[in-house]
Design a protein around this ligand. Structure first.
Ligand SMILES: NC(=O)c1ccc[n+]([C@@H]2O[C@H](COP(=O)([O-])OP(=O)(O)OC[C@H]3O[C@@H](n4cnc5c(N)ncnc54)[C@H](OP(=O)(O)O)[C@@H]3O)[C@@H](O)[C@H]2O)c1
Length: 256
């Protein structure tokens, strides 16, 4: 497997680091020269990682080409390159629909979209893939979980859900600050909330139960979990979440 990356920034660094740590078999990883500092740092990790002198150099020495530049320049960058039919192109760039990508990378026809997140560096998290593709699945399964979806609509919906990261941390901050109001030092509150979260996330991987079933299981009748869940439900907290996701989804689809 010969992988190449156009754009050597945050997400490429996470993927390359994760791939090396995972032990997945690959022959070489070709990196585009920008960002030079990150590319040089990654090249020190494994002798199979090479920094090319140009973006075209990446294509010339790769079969799987990952596109990891920011959306504002993706069309300009790809139009300058000469793709071949043998190339499989995997884009991480939001708004690069398969139809749009196809126009930019002709004659390449093996095209995939994926949403890897920085935790892939540690083999954690779940990468969304569209359309289902054996090669992309094998790469991203080595970096944690991978979920393939059958339509771009579904892929965009998963993309919309990745907007929940900041609000997820906001909930944790709410709990940590509330603990400080009860006199705990912030450090102790943060350590507790972080470990508590890791435990809850771990539970989701140990069972095939739906989240609703997990909620039911945790809610002892008359217990504290039942009380908080009922109170937040009656305040409409979860409904607001769904409404906000609808609006994010509309934006994601507008760009696609
Ligand atoms: N970070 C994430 O969690 C994440 C998750 C999923 C998808 N994505 C998407 O993946 C893409 C990359 O994200 P990122 O966070 O890795 O961004 P980033 O850190 O800004 O990396 C983009 C890289 O592209 C390089 N670049 C600029 N012009 C270039 C050119 N003409 N040719 C080749 N490379 C060039 C930049 O180099 P310089 O520093 O020298 O300008 C930079 O290193 C974006 O479209 C983003 O939306 C990111």
């Amino acid at each position: 497997m010969r992988l190449g990356f156009i754009g050597t920034g945050v997400i490429t660094k996470a993927i390359v680091t994760g791939l090396i740590r995972s032990g997945l078999a690959f022959d070489r990883i070709a990196l585009s020269p920008r960002n030079a500092e990150t590319a040089a740092e990654l090249a020190t990790l494994d002798p199979r990682v090479e920094v090319c002198t140009s973006n075209q150099g990446v294509l010339d020495s790769s079969d799987i080409v990952c596109v990891a530049v920011v959306p504002q320049i993706v069309a300009e960058v790809l139009r300058e390159l000469h793709f071949e039919v043998r190339h499989q192109v995997i884009t991480f760039v939001p708004g690069t629909s398969i139809a749009k990508l196809s126009r930019l990378v002709r004659p390449a026809i093996k095209l995939v979209r994926a949403i890897p997140l920085p935790a892939v560096a540690d083999g954690k998290g779940c990468t969304a893939i569209y359309p289902p593709d054996g090669v992309a699945k094998s790469v991203f399964s080595a970096l944690g979980e991978a979920v393939e979806v059958e339509s771009e609509h579904q892929f965009d919906a998963l993309h919309a859900v990745t907007s929940t990261m900041a609000s997820f941390y906001a909930v944790l901050e709410q709990q940590a600050s509330w603990l400080t109001q009860q006199g705990l030092p912030y450090g102790a509150a943060r350590t507790f909330v972080s470990g508590y979260c890791v435990g809850l996330a771990h539970e989701t991987t140990r069972t095939g139960q739906t989240f609703s079933e997990m909620i039911e299981y945790l809610m002892t009748p008359g217990g504290l979990n039942e009380q908080l869940h009922a109170e937040l439900s009656s305040l409409g907290a979860y409904g607001h979440y769904g409404d906000a996701l609808d609006r994010v989804f509309a934006r994601v689809q507008d760009r696609a």
